[in-house]
Design a protein around this ligand. Structure first.
Ligand SMILES: O=c1ccn([C@@H]2O[C@H](COP(=O)(O)O)[C@@H](O)[C@H]2O)c(=O)[nH]1
Length: 275
């Protein structure tokens, strides 16, 4: 999917919501465990319930890999379901990949050729040769970790060198030598608040994938205030806050309500940039 397509979808849906598919067998309603593939059944219901209100889905591979082959199979079927039933949805494989070149080539092949995701999250810390193999695919996206939502982001990403330059700033500057905003996005946690203004100094046009609203307590209002640009430039993710909004058989309608509530707030913000 191109940047232009993504922006068009945001305008059409009046939404920049990404629904996180962090599906955990211990958290889904118990009656689904009797189904042949409980994860896939849960995901399908969540996707059908939320698709009118979002522009992206983000399955996090950890949740699928943690239960082995059945999880991997559910992940593949989930992505295929989104691709065929909702082809406008942007699919982000949250796998936080990155390794030496020939290994990254295999990670990229898995994400883009086999699973056919639109984007994959990548850790930048092994440098250019670890990221470049993901960038050879036209219309596919790399989403580099820049300033993450967790407390540990202070351990490395927020530390400064002797010139006062923070590590996340270096990541933003250096990575722009490798690709343009047509192929590169950054992960910035919603919990980082006014730091979005710093991010926008170095990456004014790039899309940002923003996890951390909902269960982690980040504020959508603050993200928009400091992080929105003329094209929106944001994909805001919520996983647990939507998919586990209700633990009973009403989980899908509860997910609809949560996604709709966020979409309506987003529509208000989008009015300010798209007349
Ligand atoms: O900085 C980061 C990077 C990735 N994540 C991932 O996003 C979702 C957030 O889930 P919630 O339930 O909405 O908190 C999850 O998959 C994380 O691994 C992040 O939270 N922060």
């Amino acid at each position: 999917m191109t940047r232009e397509n993504l922006i068009e979808n945001i305008k059409q849906k009046q939404s920049f919501l990404c629904v996180g598919l962090d599906t955990d067998l211990t958290k889904i309603p118990a009656y689904l465990l009797e189904e042949e593939d409980p994860i896939y059944s849960f995901n399908k219901a969540i996707i059908d319930a939320t698709a009118p209100y979002c522009v992206a889905y983000k399955p996090n591979t950890a949740f699928y890999e943690s239960i082995g082959i059945k999880g991997i199979w559910a992940l593949e079927k989930t992505i295929e379901y989104i691709r065929t039933k909702y082809p406008q949805q942007f699919i982000i494989l949250d796998a936080k990949r990155g390794d030496i070149g020939n290994t990254s080539e295999m990670y990229a092949k898995s994400a883009f050729e086999h699973l056919k995701a639109n984007a994959v999250t990548v850790a930048p810390y092994m440098g250019e040769d670890s990221v470049k193999p993901f960038l050879i695919y036209p219309n596919k996206w790399v989403i580099l970790l820049a300033l993450t939502s967790n407390k540990g982001s202070a351990d490395f990403q927020l530390t400064e060198d002797s010139n006062g330059e923070k590590l996340f700033e270096k990541v933003l500057k250096k990575s722009q030598e490798w690709a343009t905003d047509e192929q590169l996005m950054y992960v910035v946690g919603a919990t980082q608040g006014s730091m979005f203004a710093e991010i926008r100094k170095y990456a004014p046009n790039h899309f940002l994938l923003v996890p951390g609203v909902g269960a982690q307590g980040g504020s959508l209002e603050e993200v928009v205030k400091y992080g929105m640009n003329k094209d929106c430039g944001l994909l805001v993710n919520s996983s647990r806050g939507i998919i586990y909004a209700d633990p009973t058989e009403k989980f899908a309608s509860a997910a609809t309500q949560e996604a709709k509530k966020i979409q309506q707030e987003m529509a208000g913000y989008l009015k300010e940039i798209f007349q």
